[in-house]
Design a binder for this molecule. Structure first.
Ligand code: ADP
Length: 530
């Protein structure tokens, strides 16, 4: 059994002379060593192999196998090669010493020896060998750790030289490339993984052309020492099939000199598929949200139909009356032209009023929503107020819009924002009416957290139900007899799609306050800075 890790250094004493062995033993005993003895070369080798001594004190002149031969055997066997062999001999000539060192001996002590000298030299060599072994042990451990880490990593790792030749590859690199590690080592990364031009494999190019095939991934790292990171690059496998990859290439340097690159890469086929599926799902949700929003706008328009009819009817009645006046004026004996002109102008103004109502309805029910735009909140809310007024008259209430002067434009979908504002205003009007109040619904606009405009709709109506926090924005929650309870759910979904937030508060003065935020549109200059 190998007991390399024993606490005391092991010293093997080899001499065919029992007396010499005894003296050596006496000299070194009780000095913190484990002492082994062998009286011939064979035994010495067996003990050395079994106990891996730090130091071997080796006599040269022995029958059968002399010290030189023992040393040669020891050094030839990797297991025993690192022991410090200290020759002990009466041959005190230069040749013997030189031979001792040339055979890998660590030291030479001439007989008869001084006890202190033996003690000192053994101690030095034992310490040095111990340290060396510790160091080797630690190196092996580190290498083992590194290998385990490299083997465990799912990403492929290549070490490339400056021409792109693969010097190192981990198991994942081999798996991704569809071959063994041994097939990768020595191959050229660019030729293996890329094709140039019309599908010509890079094998067909000579070195110069390969150099010239600039722009290939990792080339700038190998040649100019520029770190790279790319996603969605096509890598070819050994069998000619390909896969989309993400890679990072880091330059490798020996001191100041660029000596190649380390490339970490992975196959992102599944990732891309998942992303695509996620994108599709997002698209579907977006479509459905827009369809629902559209259906809801149609429903709102339906609910407001009576108001619209009234709104259009008024100018139409006026137009009929003015037309009669105009006719009468024209059929008079001496038509008053100026009055006719005035009357016709009134007809024009009234028809404009009617067509405005129709324009608003048409733009509101337009499908699909028009997409995000840079909007003036003030203009949009004014339009919404006029639209809501149709309801307001129905409900006998009023809407007041207050927009501070310094409100920046926002980036949002105009129809969807209008839909949200109209929904909140109509809810507020309805609540006001239920409370029998005549207080107008207030729409306030201010700048909120940096980068957001906050629109608040407050009323003095019946106030919010007790457990609103949990339920208000849930689909189909309604306290109204004919309510569908999808208005606020839809509002939240639409505002989130604009990148804003929606919520409510209970003002101390009673009633309810709903708010939503919209992101401020970046100016071109700001976008450039970002
Ligand atoms: P619906 O209007 O069809 O009921 P909503 O989702 O728009 O659907 O509203 C859900 C519920 O939220 C309403 O039934 C009502 O109870 C409450 N609510 C919304 N706005 C107000 C408000 N301004 N004041 C009081 N309650 C409100």
């Amino acid at each position: 059994m190998i007991d390399q890790a024993s606490a005391e250094p092991t010293v093997l004493l080899v001499d065919d002379n029992a007396q010499n062995l005894k003296v050596l033993y006496e000299t070194l005993k009780d000095r913190g060593y484990r002492l082994l003895i062998a009286n011939d070369g064979e035994k010495a080798l067996t003990l050395a192999k079994r106990h891996l001594p730090e130091v071997i004190l080796l006599d040269i002149m022995m029958p059968d196998m002399d010290g030189w031969q023992v040393c040669e055997h020891l050094k030839a066997d990797p297991a025993t090669a690192d022991s410090a062999v200290v020759f002990l001999s009466a041959l005190d000539d230069m040749d013997a010493k030189l031979r001792a060192f040339s055979l890998g001996g660590a030291d030479y002590i001439a007989k008869p020896f001084q006890a202190q000298e033996v003690i000192a030299r053994v101690s030095t060599h034992a310490r040095v060998i111990r340290l060396e072994r510790d160091l080797q042990q630690r190196n092996r451990q580190l290498e083992g750790d590194q290998t385990r880490i490299l083997n465990a990593i799912n990403e492929g790792i290549y070490g490339l030289d400056e021409r792109g030749n693969i010097m190192f590859a981990n198991p994942a690199a081999a798996m991704i490339s569809g071959c063994g590690i041994e097939d990768l080592i020595g191959r050229n990364f660019f030729r293996l993984h890329f094709r140039a031009g019309q599908g010509d494999v890079l094998h067909d190019f000579n070195e110069d052309l390969l150099e010239a095939a600039a722009g290939l991934p990792v080339q700038a790292t190998c040649h100019q020492g520029v770190a790279e990171h790319q996603r969605g690059v096509t890598f070819y496998r050994m069998d000619g099939s390909s896969f989309p990859a993400e890679y990072r290439a880091t330059p490798k340097r020996d001191g100041e000199v660029l000596s190649g690159a380390v490339v970490v890469f992975r196959d992102i086929t599944v990732e891309l598929e998942n992303e695509q599926a996620l994108d599709d799902a997002r698209g579907m949700v977006q479509d459905q949200r827009e369809q629902l929003a559209h259906a809801s706008r149609l429903a709102t328009t339906g609910e407001m139909a009576a108001g619209f009819a009234h709104e259009v009817n008024q100018p139409l009645t006026a137009i009929t009356n003015y037309a009669r006046v105009a006719l009468r004026l024209l059929t008079a004996e001496q038509p008053d032209h100026a009055l006719v002109v005035q009357t016709l102008e009134k007809i024009e103004a009234q028809s404009h009023r009617a067509s405005e109502v129709i324009r608003r309805i048409r733009s509101f029910v337009r499908k699909p929503a028009s997409g995000k735009d840079v909007l003036s909140v003030a203009a949009l809310l004014e339009e919404t107020r006029q639209f809501a007024e149709v309801d307001a008259r129905n409900n006998d209430g009023g809407v007041e819009v207050q927009v501070a002067d310094d409100i920046p434009d926002v980036l949002a979908d105009p129809i969807q924002v209008q839909q949200v504002a109209l929904n909140l205003i109509r809810n507020a009007l309805e609540s006001t009416r239920s409370a029998g109040s005549r207080e107008p619904v207030l729409v306030n606009v201010r700048v909120a957290d940096p980068g957001f405009v906050r629109i608040e709709v407050s009323d003095h109506g019946v106030g919010l139900p007790e457990d609103s926090e949990q339920r208000l924005f849930l689909p189909f929650f309604s306290t109204k007899e004919e309510g569908m309870g999808i208005g606020l759910t839809l509002c939240r979904s639409l505002i989130q799609a604009q990148g804003g937030e929606i919520g409510f508060e209970r003002p101390e003065s009673g009633g309810a306050l709903f708010y939503f935020t919209l992101p401020v549109a970046q100016t071109l200059a700001e976008a450039g800075e970002a």
